[in-house]
Design a protein around this ligand. Structure first.
Ligand code: HEM
Length: 544
């Protein structure tokens, strides 16, 4: 049971070598901590025995307390309501609550529902509109329950440590295992919840109800960490490496590898890009030759910028089995244990904890049963993957943009310059306005496209939505770049140094190019958005 202090009791500990302080009604013993306090020990001495909430809030974010509470908190001030216990991975996540029917639902063929309660910090545009009790036709009770479940886990188990992990360029394995145990991995494949391959379930969503909006919520909430490196460490390889296997893999292969992957025990990545072939996939050179007995492919070649490659057990790899161009490409599942596979970690500008990797394949023997799809028809497998990959990028970018905006809004409401809060300067409000309007426009387009995916099958959505999704990726990445730049200006020096209050802004600024270049560069996306849309609309009967 935590000790209850009176103000006078705290006051008695008012020296450098016996220093208690009060922050937000809790009492911390910072005597030993003083030597490791990044802000210095004298500053703690000045508030020894006192309520230091105002000073604390000036220099830190609240998540600092989450991290140090266990080590430094010795009790609470009398009269303070006891804090709710922090949720643990084992805690019961919320069940879907009853939902209010929206006005729209009464006239529509499908029963739509709105979630009436508000959720989150209620900063205008700081969360998607439906979190703030605005009506939406897309969400029901299980979506609301899922956002609570994921956010609680992120806030207690992940967010306080993300900066540390990013600096160490590695996220502890237990987090990925929890992604599997909590059933999130199985829900991130752009297909129905694969109950036939896993006994894991997401507690707040019945498997048969799982839809693309649930997937959107998991990715969106993961991205609230404000770290592309963290998000990619969890789903960067998996979210693009596994869908081809689940859609096109041979039944025996799926039976063998899917359970371990869905449960978070094994890892997979997508190996397409090469030192000399990025967006120009049709020209890749990594070759796979059928052995004389027809039982194996012998693979030789290099892959570059492969997310999660360093930890992956399986590589979904694009190889050349035939002649030049897209008609000679196949996809093979290569296993790390095969002799001749080597990996080397790459140093990059951003997404530090994502494990960007250079891979070499030297005379690697791959069983023909590991062929994904048909020989020389790998281009179709790769193309089918792109919409899902790009939508994932869009969701991440748009939440990162929101994080940058939300951090800026909070900071602008506390930081004072020239006798005024930053938010009272019109030039700062204009930056916030420009960020918010781009984020909201992007999110509304995103929800519309996710709804189309929900209604169309894979083939129809691949053909009809490819152009729009490319355009949306271009929009989301430019919004992200804009928000990173503007947030950095609002935070000033705090966004230039690493860690501390500006940590998310500094980190996301470095992550921008990891979203604007891979998965189809901005230039290719803009071009494709028109070319592909023209093709589709020609087929629909476009009159020019
Ligand atoms: C429970 C008590 C405290 C803890 C656990 C704590 C922890 C930290 C940490 C981790 C940092 C590094 C930056 C960051 O991660 O935000 C930091 C920086 C700092 N802290 Fe504290 N702190 C505490 C109390 C205080 C108080 C009461 C003051 C002021 C009276 C203070 C003043 C500062 C300053 C000036 C910095 C440097 C900020 C910067 O680099 O911009 N801290 N503190």
């Amino acid at each position: 049971m935590a000790k209850v202090f009176t103000v006078d009791e705290v006051k008695a500990h008012n020296k450098l070598d016996d220093n208690f302080i009060i922050v937000h009604g809790d009492v911390y013993n910072v005597t030993e901590f003083k030597n490791e306090h990044p802000g210095g020990k004298k500053i703690l001495e000045r508030v020894a025995g006192k309520d230091a909430t105002v000073q604390f809030d000036k220099y830190h974010k609240l998540s600092v307390l989450e991290k140090y509470k266990g080590k430094l908190q010795v009790g609470s001030l009398e009269g303070k309501a006891p804090a709710a216990p922090a949720p643990t991975p084992k805690a019961e996540p919320p069940k879907p609550a009853p939902v209010a029917k929206s006005v729209a639902s009464s006239s529509s063929a499908e029963p739509a529902a709105t979630v009436s309660e508000t959720y989150g910090d209620l900063i205008p545009y700081g969360d998607p509109a439906w979190y703030q009790s605005y009506h939406s036709p897309y969400y029901k009770a299980s979506h609301a329950a899922l956002r609570v479940e994921v956010r609680e886990w992120i806030q207690s188990e992940i967010e306080p440590y993300v900066t540390e992990w990013d600096e160490a360029r590695h996220v502890p394995e237990k987090i990925y295992q929890q992604m599997g145990q909590r059933g999130y991995l199985a829900g991130l494949l752009g297909v129905k919840y694969p109950v036939e391959y896993t006994d894991r379930r997401v507690t707040s969503v019945p498997a048969e109800e799982w839809d693309h909006f649930h997937e959107l919520i998991v990715t969106d909430e993961l991205s609230r960490t404000g770290s592309g490196g963290f998000v990619w460490s969890q789903i960067g390889g998996y979210g693009i490496g596994l869908p081809p296997v689940i859609r096109f893999g041979q039944p025996e292969l799926k039976k063998r590898i899917l359970p371990g992957l869905l449960n978070g025990e094994k890892r997979i990545c997508l190996a397409i890009t090469e030192p000399d072939a990025g967006s120009d996939v049709a020209n890749l050179t990594c070759e796979a030759k059928l052995s004389e007995d027809g039982k194996h492919y012998i693979v030789n070649g290099e892959k570059k910028w492969i997310t999660n490659g360093i930890w992956a057990d399986y590589f979904t790899t694009a190889v050349r089995t035939g002649g030049p161009g897209m008609g000679g490409v196949s996809v093979l599942l290569i296993e790390k244990t095969s002799p001749g596979v080597s990996v080397r970690k790459m140093d990059c500008q951003g997404v530090w904890s994502s494990g960007t990797t250079y891979i070499t394949f030297e005379d690697v023997k791959v069983p023909v049963d590991n062929l994904i799809g048909k020989e020389n028809q790998g281009f179709k497998v790769i193309m089918t993957n792109f919409n899902h990959e790009r939508l994932g990028i869009v969701i991440q970018c748009n939440r990162f943009s929101r994080v940058l905006y939300e951090e800026s809004m909070k900071y602008a409401n506390k930081r004072k310059t020239f006798g005024k809060k930053l938010v009272e300067h019109p030039v700062i409000r204009m930056k916030l306005a420009q960020m918010a309007r781009q984020i909201e426009a992007c999110h509304n387009w995103l929800e519309n496209i996710v709804y189309q995916c929900e209604k169309m099958g894979t083939t129809e959505s691949m053909l009809r939505l490819g152009g729009a999704i490319a355009g949306l990726k271009a929009q989301a990445t430019t919004t992200f770049e804009f928000c990173a730049r503007e947030a950095a200006q609002i935070f000033g020096g705090l966004a230039y140094s690493r860690g501390g209050q500006g940590a998310k802004v500094e980190r996301l600024y470095r992550d921008v190019k990891a979203y604007m270049i891979p998965g189809g560069s901005l230039e290719i996306m803009e071009d494709l958005s028109i070319r592909q849309a023209m093709k589709v609309h020609q087929a629909l009967g476009m009159k020019l």
